[in-house]
Design a protein around this ligand. Structure first.
Ligand SMILES: N[C@@H](CCC(=O)N[C@@H](CS)C(=O)NCC(=O)O)C(=O)O
Length: 210
């Protein structure tokens, strides 16, 4: 039994989307972040940071969205969303997922939780520097796609593109959203055309960036 602890539009989105895209049966456990359900003792027991997502596989919890999607893409190889282990393609796939998790997720955290790093007084500066870091990264990724897209690994989509698309979605209300970069916009368009994206929106009740 696969269970996903999620909140609509949050970092759990990429896991939920992949489960739908690959047709994996699962049960959803919604957490209300506004009322801090993610900080309750019973959830902290499976996710010590108190964040979403957590995926429970037969009761065993896994956290970190990048790790979860890598696991799922391997566990369901028929979906063809992860290159063969030991290949150069696979190394690049790891590279992109780890890079997105390291270089883009932290500035997004600073954008959406601007007081977390240094309090209220520094929140504007935190958002400014977060937006700048995100823009720098979007420029680098767009340049990479220009050389050999339309996906991060070239011709075929992988789980890494699902993660990138979620991050692009998070930029929709930033001063410079991802879709202002042409190759990122193309990738977003391709990923949003997948039937699972509509399904995801319907289930999570999302409307923005549809
Ligand atoms: N690196 C983590 C990020 C998880 C994360 O920060 N989730 C946010 C939502 S996008 C969250 O649960 N926030 C609630 C909180 O921090 O209390 C992952 O990718 O799983």
């Amino acid at each position: 039994m696969i269970e996903l602890y999620y909140s609509p539009g949050a970092a759990s989105l990429v896991v939920h989307w992949l489960l739908l895209d690959m047709g994996v049966p699962h049960r959803l456990r919604r957490l209300d972040l506004a009322s801090q359900e993610q900080k309750r003792a019973e959830y902290l027991a499976i996710n010590p940071r108190g964040v979403v997502p957590t995926l429970c596989v037969d009761g065993a919890p896994i956290y970190e969205s990048g790790a979860i999607i890598m696991h799922l893409a391997d566990a369901y190889p028929q979906a063809g969303l992860a290159p063969q282990p030991g290949t150069l393609e696979r190394a690049r796939y790891y590279q992109w997922i780890v890079h997105l998790a390291n270089a883009l997720m932290p500035p997004f955290r600073h954008w959406y939780y601007p007081t977390e790093a240094a309090g209220e007084a520094a929140s504007e500066a935190a958002q400014r520097s977060a937006a700048a870091a995100i823009e720098t990264e979007f420029s680098r990724i767009d340049a990479h796609l220009a050389k050999g897209g339309p996906y991060l690994l070239g011709e075929a989509p992988s789980a890494a593109d699902f993660l990138l698309t979620m991050l692009m979605r998070w930029s929709r209300n930033l001063p410079r959203p991802a879709t202002q970069w042409p190759h990122l916009a193309r990738l977003a368009e391709l990923m949003k055309a997948r039937p699972s994206f509509r399904q995801l929106y319907a289930i999570e009740g999302l409307t923005e960036w549809s």
